[in-house]
Design a protein around this ligand. Structure first.
Ligand code: IMP
Length: 502
């Protein structure tokens, strides 16, 4: 006879936190949001930690190198999607690792033989007013001069003038040498009243520009997540089929952590993939596995060697796994059970396994609830898809701006491996939809608000760190009737009111 769970499975919106005593030191400025990413033994530190408890989903429509830089700058990790060739994914990782905060590879470059007309066309296309003049017109060619809008006056006669006649030539430029630190570059910028400083190598080849405004923005990111070489930290999604080819390339490109991307992780395919990493890259890179929704799945992955475990089936906003296949579990119930299994495992072995709650975060408070229920961090797709930095197109739908967002199990993503049981048969039905999400602006401004809500709630709960929240939180179920009083009710909301002034 089949096994029946007696309790229904529940989701985040069915729970609330009950405040604990707020002490006088419980202020947001004192809240520590750092979390471990990979497993560690009692008395040791996790080999990889984040400054905020948030990662971005392993999805084509979410995590590319741009989003990864923006998120690492704010303290979290993006898992660059693997729904692309090994070479393309490795290239994205490389771009994140090469990105030096404040050091920008010049994207507007011409040769001295180009003309003012070319400068104007380039400015129109790229929107930047600083153009590097290099011998071969490439971003890293020999630097011969620079043109900014201060170097020319636009007139009909001047349009065909070659750049060499009006650029600021190399001999008159102030520059920095490769290896200079950002604060040294900034000192030169201030001493010479410059807007930007070219950085060259020993052969006078242009490496980067440092712009004054970038240095300022650098100072605004106290949480930024850097590796020991001061490069941004980045993760990569992998699958259970081409791992022997993909993983070495990702490690070589500089990935800091891996995660197997699958809607159902309780499988021998995952065990094989984890074992491959443990056999070939132990101590070099960690691998997360999932997704699971119960104790058995958790134990299986951990005993296979997983460094963290991802929880959640069917709760994602673009996910139709539950209606297509009838598998899944309410996200809160799944998380609570897996967190209990994690604590039990810790008692037995002294090894702490971080848990990631993946999918289904609709409101910011769901993140705090997930953390209180035992998650060390959350993975979000929809949340990040709304921002400027996500890889998808933004356009106007009616009166509002939207961005595209599609599931990895949708035909659009054509990610056959993810749903393939491993035997090579393709996907004959979809598990995800293609959709729009409301455009929300830049990542940092949105994330800052989310983080301040999390910190504020933690203060209400008397917790100054995530482990403290996990230990001391008090969580209550809410009835369906009290759900109604949770939002504004029995009032007429002004911004929803359509009225005429007659
Ligand atoms: P969201 O944050 O609610 O949008 O959920 C994102 C999560 O949904 C991802 O991290 C995946 O675990 C999951 N997911 C992504 N694509 C699909 C799909 O096509 N079908 C089912 N789940 C998906």
């Amino acid at each position: 006879m089949a096994f029946y769970y007696q309790e229904p499975s529940r989701t985040f919106s069915e729970y609330l936190l009950i405040p604990n005593l707020t002490r006088t030191d419980n202020i947001p400025a004192n809240v520590d949001l750092t979390v471990p990413v990979v497993k560690y033994r009692t008395g040791e530190q996790s080999a990889l930690r984040m400054n905020i408890p948030i990662v971005s989903a392993i999805m084509q429509s979410v995590s590319d190198n741009n989003l990864a830089v923006a998120l690492a700058r704010s303290g979290g990790i993006s898992f660059i999607h693997g729904s692309q060739s090994v070479a393309d994914q490795a290239e994205m990782i490389r771009k994140v690792k090469k990105y030096k905060a404040g050091f920008v590879i010049s994207d507007s470059n011409l040769t001295p033989d180009h003309t003012l007309r070319d400068i104007l066309a380039l400015k129109e296309r790229k929107g930047h007013s600083t153009v590097a003049v290099t011998e071969d017109g490439t971003p890293n060619g020999k630097l011969l001069g620079i043109v900014t809008s201060r170097d020319y006056r636009i007139s009909r006669d001047a349009l065909d003038k070659p750049i060499r006649e009006f650029m600021t030539p190399f001999a008159s430029l102030v520059y920095g040498r490769e290896g200079i630190s950002l604060s040294e570059a900034n000192d030169i910028i201030w001493d010479h009243k410059l807007n930007c400083l070219p950085i060259i190598d020993e052969n006078q080849n242009l490496m980067y520009f440092v712009f004054r405004k970038d240095y300022d923005s650098h100072k605004e990111n106290p949480y930024e997540l850097l590796d020991q070489h001061k490069r941004y930290v980045v993760g990569a999604g992998v699958n259970t089929r081409d791992f022997a080819e993909r993983i070495p390339a990702l490690v070589e490109a500089g990935a800091d952590v891996l995660c197997i991307d699958s809607s159902d992780g309780f499988s021998e395919w995952q065990r094989r993939t984890i074992e491959y990493v443990q056999a070939n890259f132990k101590g070099q890179i960690g691998i997360g596995a999932g997704n699971v929704v119960d104790r058995e799945g958790f134990r299986y992955l951990v005993e296979s060697g997983a460094d963290f475990v991802k929880v959640g089936i069917g709760g994602g906003s673009i996910c139709i796994t539950r209606e297509q296949k009838g598998i899944g579990r309410g996200q809160a119930t799944a998380l609570i059970e897996v967190a209990a299994a994690r604590d039990e495992y810790f008692q037995e072995t002294g090894i702490y396994i971080p848990i990631c709650s993946d999918g289904g975060i609709v409101h910011d408070y769901h993140i705090t609830l997930a953390l209180a229920m035992g998650a060390d961090f959350v993975m979000m797709g929809r949340y990040f898809a709304r921002f400027d930095e996500s890889p998808t197109k933004k356009f106007k739908l009616g009166n509002n701006y939207v961005k595209e967002y599609w599931g990895e199990g949708s035909n659009r993503a054509r990610n056959w491996q993810r749903y393939d049981l491993g035997g090579g048969q393709g996907l004959s039905f979809e598990e995800g939809v293609d959709s729009y999400v409301p455009y929300a602006g830049g990542l940092k401004e949105n994330l800052d608000i989310t983080l301040s809500k999390i910190k504020s709630t933690m203060c209400n709960c008397g917790a100054l760190s995530i482990p403290e929240l996990q230990r001391t939180a008090r969580i209550t179920l809410v009835s369906s009737t009290s759900l109604i009083e949770g939002g504004a009710h029995d009032v007429i909301l002004k911004d929803k009111t359509v009225y005429s002034e007659t």
